[in-house]
Design a protein around this ligand. Structure first.
Ligand code: NAD
Length: 440
């Protein structure tokens, strides 16, 4: 099948490369000159395991090509997959302008009947608005092409996107035109078993994505709230986690307390769900509470540092981890930003390190004189009073407590991801504070 994918980002590029791998002819379009230039030079413009090889393979086979002009690209295929951004507006509602802009490009450039596939996370009704715009452009051109829309949300996780796309738990395909739904389902048929392809109506498909992310966010906020309680009453949240995770009705996943959820999806999708509820006259009380708990969690790290160091003015704090989690260079809405801002506001100097996001972080903090982004974990702790672990990179776990004790002048470690064994830290003479585990 000939497919045009709009947006060569964390979702669009993965989808494009995987569809090319499945044998389709995929043209990926993105107006961002930096991303386009990188791709045209054979480079993937962000960090994602396995994606470089898959993109290179697609390009070499001629199945995967790139363009910078959405309108021109619209004449490539019958299937138009939208993977553009759907950021939050200031009021928490979803900004659909990138989707609408693509709808115009398809309507102006398509050369045949089209199926528009909304893969971006967008509220119920957005797909119909996209379809209306495509049809309106067709009518202005007085062309006889038919347009249909299908909602096909994406559930991949940054860091394991390629695997998640090629071996998904489920694929959700929603729409009111059965033939279009069947055609979109057939895109996945060569790599996803039929029982994992869930067909439904468009509104339900759109809501599935928000429900999934809000449920994950709920688990995180609940565990963070429990962690705060565990600290107050002298319990260890890691033991609580172990105890409830053994219950199959609860399961072990997404029970990790930390600095709060971040990234490009959970914060904006919870906000959007609340906003959709407001418009529909339904108070999303749980989602509101989830967002509220999350909004304070990252600030607790600075409180912990102050408890051990006193006034932070003039102190130097090492921060390990800037991206919102391990395995990605995506820093959007990362809890580390809240922490770093708190430290700067308190008058501290920050030496930050991230195994993948270093370059992007250096640009992000270029104007901030009190923040230095360094090239290794050891450089970050050099001359620092204390260390904060802000992302769960596996290599951080192998740090030696005795070496940290020898490097950090105040021997304070605040572990925002509970990566370390408190007893090993205490044995090395480190004042250690995790999340919900008491302090040593
Ligand atoms: N990142 C994730 O892990 C993830 C997971 C599931 C769903 N999603 C959803 O997928 C969507 C895309 O997310 P992302 O992280 O890939 O975003 P992204 O910002 O990495 O990529 C979006 C791309 O769209 C491009 N774009 C903007 N306008 C365009 C246009 N008119 N035509 C073509 N391209 C255009 C941008 O230049 C950008 O490169 C969002 O709705 C997001 O919520 C993201």
């Amino acid at each position: 099948m000939k497919i045009t994918v709009y947006g060569a980002g964390y979702v669009g590029l993965v989808a494009a490369a995987c569809f090319a791998e499945a044998g389709h002819e995929v043209l990926t379009v993105d107006p961002n000159p930096e991303r386009l230039q990188a791709l045209q030079q054979g480079r993937v413009p962000f960090v994602e395991a396995g994606l470089d090889a898959l993109v290179a393979k697609g390009v070499a086979s001629g199945k995967l090509t790139f363009s910078g002009d959405p309108e021109v690209a619209a004449s490539h295929g019958t299937m138009h997959v939208l993977a553009v951004g759907t950021p939050s507006s200031a009021d928490g509602s979803t900004d659909e302008s990138q989707l609408i802009s693509v709808a115009h490009a398809i309507g102006r450039g398509a050369a045949n009947n089209v199926i528009v596939v909304v893969k971006s996370t967008a509220p119920v009704g957005a797909a119909e608005r996209v379809l209306d715009e495509v049809r309106h452009e067709f009518s202005l051109r007085a062309v006889p092409y038919a347009a249909q829309v299908v909602v096909n949300p994406e559930f991949l996780r940054a860091g394991s996107s390629v695997k998640d796309f090629l071996e998904p738990d489920r694929v959700v395909v929603g729409g009111d035109d059965a033939d279009s739904v069947a055609t979109v389902a057939s895109l996945y048929a060569s790599f996803v078993p039929p029982e994992k392809i869930l067909r439904m109506d468009a509104a339900s498909a759109a809501l599935v994505k928000y429900a999934a992310n809000a449920m994950l966010a709920t688990r995180i906020s609940f565990m963070n709230e429990l962690a705060n309680l565990a600290e107050a009453v002298g319990a260890d949240v890691a033991e609580v986690q172990r105890g409830i995770g053994a219950d199959p009705r609860i399961g072990k996943e997404y029970l990790q307390p930390g600095m709060g959820y971040g990234g490009s999806c959970l914060p904006k999708d919870v906000a959007s769900l609340i906003s959709v509820g407001e418009v529909a006259g339904v108070t999303m009380g749980v989602a509101r509470a989830v967002a509220e708990v999350n909004s304070v969690q990252a600030h607790r790290i600075t409180e912990k540092l102050e408890r051990h160091l006193g006034d932070l003015a003039g102190r130097t704090v090492a921060v390990w981890g800037i991206a919102f989690k391990a395995g990605t260079d995506d820093m959007r809405d990362a809890p580390s930003h809240i922490l770093i801002q708190d430290l700067v506001d308190a008058g501290a100097k920050v030496q930050a390190f991230d195994p993948a996001a270093g370059e992007a972080a250096r640009r992000h903090y270029a104007a901030e004189k009190d923040v230095t982004v360094v090239g290794t974990a050891a450089e970050a702790t050099q001359g620092a009073d204390a260390l904060v672990i802000a992302a769960d990179w596996p290599e951080f776990r192998s740090a030696s407590p005795s070496e940290l004790a020898g490097t950090l002048s105040e021997r304070v470690v605040v572990d925002g991801r509970n990566l370390f064994d408190p007893a090993a830290m205490a044995a090395a003479g480190i004042t250690y504070s995790g999340i919900g585990r008491g302090e040593s």
